[in-house]
Design a protein around this ligand. Structure first.
Ligand SMILES: [Zn+2]
Length: 348
């Protein structure tokens, strides 16, 4: 089920989806079942979660009006995963057949039970860090024996290569924020000079772990000064269909080839697509379609460098670093908004 389909179910207050997913609203910090009678939030304020426990892990509270945690969809795998999540939250080992549990986790949450427990621990670690000033007590509290283990786990979880890890970003300061969006969690990170990373993911903990893994030698801190606010607002406006041109200063590392591809991608207008082969031709290397696809897959700044507008020749969506489902939603959103813009233009 795509985020757009979920959003339509929320707009329709469709009871059939109670127990299938919940939606959380950033401005209120509350999550609801799709049929909740409360006022519909703005789409940019909404994040979807497959189960209530996943919303709670991100710090959202259950709505008192619709009691989303009590909704059961009659799906036995979902019930099994929810019970296991509650056991993990209580510090216990989930019960039942391990292979069945692993299959259910993969289907409902897209991750293994171990990855869920790990992400939960990273998230607790972050919360502890926010609460306390010193690192070590937070680490012990979150169940880590040493700082290096945090990096090791971030590393394993996200499949970073040792080469990326070693490059590290030594000597630079990186500030970041994460916000919920209609496409999941958005992370925006920047140096003094510009935006260095725009990423989409399921939750803040995983995105933060990925950022730290990418720049292990940098001073990575959560932005409290509000200096990223304008850039985040621009990206949210874009996701809302209100800002077709995302023109932000970038501070990214690139090979000469990557730079050429990424600059070419920035020329593709909102609402349009190119194939990998077309981009290869436009940069004067018609045989380099595969290398273009690789450059798209290593784009560090989602949306700002619109690699989602590059599709495979066969008319298929092609891959996307931040999930093919998100790519489909973005292309859908852009074509819908183009139609609206066209109508407005004709009416003028
Ligand atoms: Zn509600």
């Amino acid at each position: 089920m795509s985020p757009t389909e979920r959003w339509h179910a929320v707009l329709a207050r469709d009871r059939r989806f109670d127990g299938v997913f919940v939606y959380a609203v950033r401005s209120t910090g509350i999550y609801c079942r799709p049929s909740c009678a409360s006022r519909r939030p703005r789409r940019t304020q909404v994040t979807f979660f497959p189960i209530p426990e996943a919303a709670e892990r991100e710090g959202f509270r259950a709505c008192r009006r619709c009691h989303p945690a009590a909704a059961n969809g009659g799906d036995s795998a979902v019930a099994l995963v929810r019970e296991a999540c509650r056991a993990i939250a209580a510090g216990a080992r989930p019960r039942g057949d391990r292979r069945r549990l692993a299959r259910a986790f993969k289907r409902v949450l897209g991750i293994t039970p171990r990855a869920y427990a790990e992400a939960r621990r990273v998230s607790r670690f972050k919360q502890e860090l926010k609460r306390r000033k010193h690192v070590s007590p937070a680490l012990y509290e979150a169940g880590y024996s040493s700082t290096s283990r945090v990096y090791e786990h971030a590393h394993e979880q996200l499949g970073m290569t040792p080469a990326t890890y070693a490059r590290g970003g030594a000597g630079i300061g990186i500030a970041y924020v994460t916000v919920p969006t209609s496409l999941g969690r958005l992370l925006v990170a920047a140096t003094e000079r510009g935006v260095s990373r725009v990423a989409l993911g399921e939750n803040a903990a995983a995105l933060e772990a990925e950022l730290i893994a990418e720049f292990p030698a940098a001073r990575v801190v959560q932005d409290k000064s509000g200096k990223l606010h304008g850039w985040v607002a621009a990206i949210l406006a874009y996701l809302d269909g209100a800002e077709p041109d995302l023109d932000l200063p970038l501070d990214i590392r690139a090979t000469a080839f990557q730079r050429r591809v990424w600059q070419e991608l920035q020329k593709i207008p909102f609402g349009q697509t190119r194939t990998y082969a077309e981009v290869a031709r436009r940069i004067g290397q018609p045989t380099a379609a595969r290398a273009v696809a690789r450059a798209c897959a290593t784009n560090p700044t989602a949306l700002v460098i619109p690699c989602h507008r590059v599709v495979s020749t066969s008319g298929e969506t092609g891959g996307y670093r931040w999930g093919v489902e998100r790519k489909r939603s973005l292309l859908e959103m852009e074509s819908e908004d183009m139609q609206k813009l066209d109508v407005q233009t004709q009416q003028r």
